[in-house]
Design a protein. Structure first.
Length: 552
């Protein structure tokens, strides 16, 4: 057994203060990347304080995208950052909500597990939270846990109390607290202000948690005087005060933390002596993101939730990864599908090198998606459909290439005469919404000779799903007869997983969500191929965007 296996698991808890959305997830993921590159086995988890059992029934406008894991868990979007940074697949155990904790405790109470006891927040809720932390310890050297929300939120108190207890349980040499705060710049006085950080740490200390590291989000560099002041008033060692300025790319954050030796501070506090981090591959990737050598492509993402880009966070990142694979900058523009309804304004797509239609639910904006897809199909613009994007592509093809002018999805038109998209038989009796879709990883068999098979360089792949409706098998033969290739199916052939149009330069759609498996160091093949097609489209002189970049 190696020294690594003999060492007790170490725990890092990441909390936030002052305001939300400072980037706890990126900070936690960056720490994970640094420790993994030192040879440690690292995993991350997110505790969300809302009472929903999972984010699956939340509006994307409220909570951003739902990130789906291989095992079918609907989780917080920060798990996407975790997977992309540490390049590991996570699971249900990596995202816990208040709702799930209470659901488990109440189920135990009804079963009689606490017979005779009054069930209370302490110890029953806090013990359940601690059990979820320990569950990840086997096979990992370091477990990094991010606490959602900010210190002072009433919803977060049980989680904060649980991690306070946890450090007592495992010993201070095995648990470390990182607190992320804001150091605002006041333009009128030209000063950085440390008072919000001081107050935030004081509030944390009032509930019994003394941070070991304070990560300061700031627009300007922290001077040594400011670092010393923060250290003094927060009772943190000077090298534990870490600057976190906005970076050119989120993937640069681990490198900025490394420059400040944050990983060394953490390892010293844990008493761990391991090799120096191997960041060569990561550094090359960041350089390629910051200074691509082959120009720029413009991609139009036409969707339902484009007013909040976090609704499509994984798509945003996967497009960037496709740019890394092709050494180009990907400029993504988020267009509301409603602006194209009744054929309005679709000519704007002439200014782009590719069109992507992402997933979504409900009828709003669907007709605009159909308009955009038809324009891309008829004008040879590279098109990539994801989940709802595939379903819309099938509806559009059925209407305009097959002559079924009233075809639709039964999700949007229950009485459509030609429901080319419909419910699975197994879904017809489902009445609840949470966790009842086809979720998680499913195999996909790729048709020999298809573009999809050439892109993947494989005959079978596994991709993650989150949907309820499927292509209606009654129309498959007709669709293929008119030129739509069913290029991917379930292994038994019963479910359509991918479609493409062979005569089109690049027209591909998947019923799954490939963006969920794309990593900056391993771009997903479909996104890499899509961006390659966009580059070629521009080079043929079809795109004003590329002509401008090339100085034509």
């Amino acid at each position: 057994m190696s020294d690594t296996q003999k060492r007790p698991t170490k725990y890092i808890f990441v909390t936030g203060g002052v305001v939300s959305s400072l980037g706890k997830g990126i900070a936690a993921a960056s720490i994970g990347r640094l420790l993994k590159d030192r040879g440690l086995r690292v995993t991350l988890q997110k505790f969300d304080p809302y009472i929903n059992v999972d984010p699956g029934t939340l509006s994307p406008f409220q909570h951003g995208e739902v990130f789906v894991t291989d095992d079918g868990a609907e989780t917080d979007l920060d798990l996407g950052h975790y997977e992309r940074f540490i390049d590991d697949s996570l699971s249900q155990a990596n995202n816990i909500t208040t709702g799930r904790v209470y659901q488990t405790v109440i189920s135990k109470e009804r079963r009689g597990d606490y017979l005779g006891s009054t069930v209370q927040v302490i110890p029953h809720i806090t013990d359940e939270i601690k059990a979820n932390i320990r569950r990840l310890a086997p096979d990992h050297d370091v477990v990094i846990t991010e606490i959602g929300g900010t210190v002072g939120d009433i919803e977060s108190l049980p989680f904060l109390e649980a991690i306070r207890q946890f450090r007592v349980d495992v010993g201070k040499e095995n648990a470390l607290f990182v607190h992320l705060t804001l150091v605002p710049f006041i333009a009128a006085s030209g000063e950085l202000k440390t008072k919000p950080t001081q107050h935030s740490v004081r509030e944390l200390m009032q509930i019994g948690i003394q941070p070991d590291v304070v990560v300061c989000r700031t627009e300007h560099p922290l001077t040594e005087d400011i670092r010393r002041k923060i250290a003094l008033f927060t009772n943190v060692e000077a090298d534990g005060v870490v600057e976190a300025r906005d970076a050119a790319t989120i993937y640069e954050v681990p490198l900025l933390f490394r420059e400040q030796k944050l990983d060394e501070v953490i390892l010293r506090k844990f008493g761990i002596d391991v090799r120096e981090p191997d960041l060569e591959e990561w550094t090359r990737m960041v350089a390629r993101v910051k200074t691509p050598g082959s120009g720029e492509v413009r991609i139009a993402v036409v969707g339902k939730y484009t007013s909040l880009v976090d609704s499509y966070k994984s798509i945003q990142e996967a497009l960037s990864h496709g740019g890394i694979a092709n050494d180009v900058k990907v400029k993504t523009e988020w267009l509301s599908s409603e602006q194209f309804e009744e054929g309005r304004g679709v000519e704007i797509l002439e200014d782009y090198d590719g069109l992507l239609i992402p997933g979504g639910f409900g009828p709003r904006g669907v007709e605009g998606m159909l308009t955009a897809i038809r324009w891309a199909r008829e004008n040879n613009l590279p098109f990539f459909g994801i989940c709802l994007g595939l379903q819309c592509a099938v509806v559009e093809f059925a209407r305009n290439a097959c002559g079924l002018v009233e075809s639709h999805s039964s999700e949007f038109a229950e009485d459509a005469p030609d429901p080319v998209i419909c419910l699975l038989d197994s879904q017809l009796q489902v009445t609840t919404k949470g966790g009842t879709m086809r979720l998680g990883a499913y195999p996909c068999h790729l048709k020999e000779g298809s573009r999809a098979r050439a892109i993947y360089e494989a005959s079978e792949v596994s991709e993650r799903h989150r949907h309820r409706f499927e292509v209606n098998n009654a129309y498959r033969e007709m669709l293929e007869r008119h030129g739509l290739t069913i290029s991917g199916t379930s292994p038994d052939g019963g479910l359509v997983e991918m479609i493409e149009i062979t005569e089109h330069p690049w027209f591909v759609a998947g019923q799954f969500h490939p963006e969920l498996k794309s990593r900056p160091t391993r771009p997903h093949p479909l996104f890499a191929s899509f961006i390659e097609a966009a580059v070629q489209y521009g080079e043929r002189g079809s795109s004003p965007a590329v002509r401008e970049t090339a100085g034509v």
